[in-house]
Design a protein around this ligand. Sequence first.
Ligand code: ADP
Ligand code: DP6
Ligand code: CO
Length: 317
Amino acid sequence: MTAVTARAHPNIALVKYWGKADTALNLPATGSLSMTLDVFPTTTTVTLAPDAAHDEVVLNGAVREGVVRDRVVRFLDIVREMAGSRTAAVVDSVNTVPSAAGLASSASGFAALAAAASRAYGLDLDRTALSRLARRGSGSAARSVIPGFAVWHAGSDEESFAEPLDAPDLAMVIAIVNSEEKAVSSRDAMKRTALTSPFYPAWVSSTTETLSAAVQASRDGDVERLGRITETNALRMHAVIQSCDPPVRYLSPVSVALFDLAESLRADGLPVYATADAGPNVVFLCRPKDADAVAAAARPLAETMIARPGPGVEVLA
Ligand code: ADP
Ligand code: DP6
Ligand code: CO
């Protein structure tokens, strides 16, 4: 019986991916930049089941049907096509990050699944091929293949993968405002934004410019410039999300208070910058030596967790 286990960590984007150029191949409208975390791993085991008629998907100990299962089955179909196989599989995955709460469970989930499934079906993919494959499951998963800081390129199927980026020494302080599943998935909200927001073209063109500036700031080791770019890009993303019809608002009053906190800590001389993915949870970017002070300041508002750059996806057994 072939069983392969892999582990991947979520990543938080400093320059966000929000919009697709191609839904079938899951190609992004713009490139993006992220930090893979050293906390909240997802561990996924793929076991080939030659006698089974259908795939089985178990997430956090519960057998899943519907959209969660369908998404995994469609991903396995891509892997089977690459491997020339028709064998069913059992996928058993455990997230330690809250699922579907805007803390990148789809990133760690599909990066771990890409590594475990490709190996279980006998493929031997290099890091670039693995990043391209993970992208098919969830765009942000392309970046969780890579350790530490990563840039995921826009472009064709061949060109659209993530690779490492030099960056200054940074930490993230995660403020967990609400760990419940969000009402609208990233995928659906992204689609709605592209279809209905009058600001979407401006988001795409400005983010393309923002990414070049962020890559340069990162290579220069300029924490303050990278931080400002991060916070502005996050607020622009939430602005374009709020401008769709019907609107989606991921930020709650506590999220907004946490963005205010970053501003007031900066006024006190602490270089800290806020971001948030598609959910109410806020992530602060700061120097490692300042992380404890940032966490202490955020604690009255939310549960906190300090993260550092973490490993790329790993096959465990
Ligand atoms: P998040 O902000 O957590 O990334 P998304 O809306 O992008 O939220 O994606 C959540 C979806 O990702 C889940 O509903 C499920 O379909 C999928 N997912 C999450 N974790 C896993 C996992 N470990 N294995 C497979 N699919 C997963
Ligand atoms: C706000 O990668 O979850 O976290 O490709 O449809 O699975 P799909 O979307 P997903 O979107 C991530 C959105 C984001 C920003 C980011 O991670 O860059
Ligand atoms: Co996601």
